[in-house]
Ligand binder design. Structure first.
Ligand code: BEZ
Length: 225
């Protein structure tokens, strides 16, 4: 089972979560979504990641992105661990509320459906655990971006926000973002756009870099407003 590929619709699965049962499409509504899995509750790297996700939740909300986490532990474990996450973030009297739900998938049904299991990373019973998957889902419920990290490498949540910014920009404007792009930087004209169309589309100008091949494919323009 390969999971869900880019451009495929994410299934409308039902799940138990820390805020009660959900239907995934109803949870998403018309919003963008980020579904991120982690191997197990009460583990060190996961605690640092979820702590960072909690602190960045207002930034995801500003961009209209609904966050939801998943692991193969129970709702009860998720709630107990949520207190530890809030304590890790420096809360003096930590409670079990996080700004996003965590899906409980103890039978690994969703992990299999969504292609999240890492056969190289096993729990103490020898069963594979969920990798650190990041799935970004568009308002059309299709997979827009998928990144998989192994259990031993924590994610960079600033990078996840950066790719959300790129995905939302490129969904609304006919541009592409170059390496290490940050919001406000110049953007690139896609190779599929003719010179004539580019000059109509970007009246503020298109700058193309001279290359030894003589081909004009490195074309930049100002960031769309
Ligand atoms: C962790 O979150 O620290 C972790 C979980 C599984 C394997 C390795 C690290």
């Amino acid at each position: 089972m390969h999971g869900i590929l880019l451009g495929e619709e994410i299934p409308n699965f039902q799940a138990e979560t820390t805020v009660g049962p959900i239907s995934f499409h109803t949870f998403l509504g018309d919003s963008w979504g980020v579904l991120f899995s982690h191997p197990r509750d009460y583990t060190p790297v996961c605690t640092t990641e979820l702590g960072r996700a909690v602190r960045l939740a207002p930034e995801f909300e500003k961009r209209g992105v609904k966050m939801i986490a998943l692991s193969i532990d129970s709702v009860e474990d998720h709630l107990g661990w949520s207190k530890d996450i809030n304590a890790y973030n420096g809360e003096a009297e930590p409670n079990d509320k996080l700004p996003f739900p965590i899906i409980a998938d103890p039978k690994r049904v969703l992990a299999v459906l969504l292609g999240m299991l890492d056969p190289d990373e096993k729990d103490l019973e020898g069963m594979p655990v969920t990798a650190r998957c990041v799935f970004i889902i568009g308002p059309d419920k299709k997979m827009k971006l998928s990144i998989l990290y192994p259990a031993t490498t924590g994610r960079n949540f600033d990078e996840i926000l950066r790719v959300v910014d790129s995905l939302q920009l490129t969904a609304n404007h006919s541009v592409a973002t170059p390496v290490d792009w940050q919001p406000g930087d110049r953007v690139m004209v896609p190779p599929t756009m003719s010179e004539e169309d580019a000059s109509k589309k970007f009246p503020c100008g298109v700058f193309s870099k001279e290359l030894p091949s003589g081909k004009k494919y490195l074309r930049y323009t100002a960031p769309p407003k």
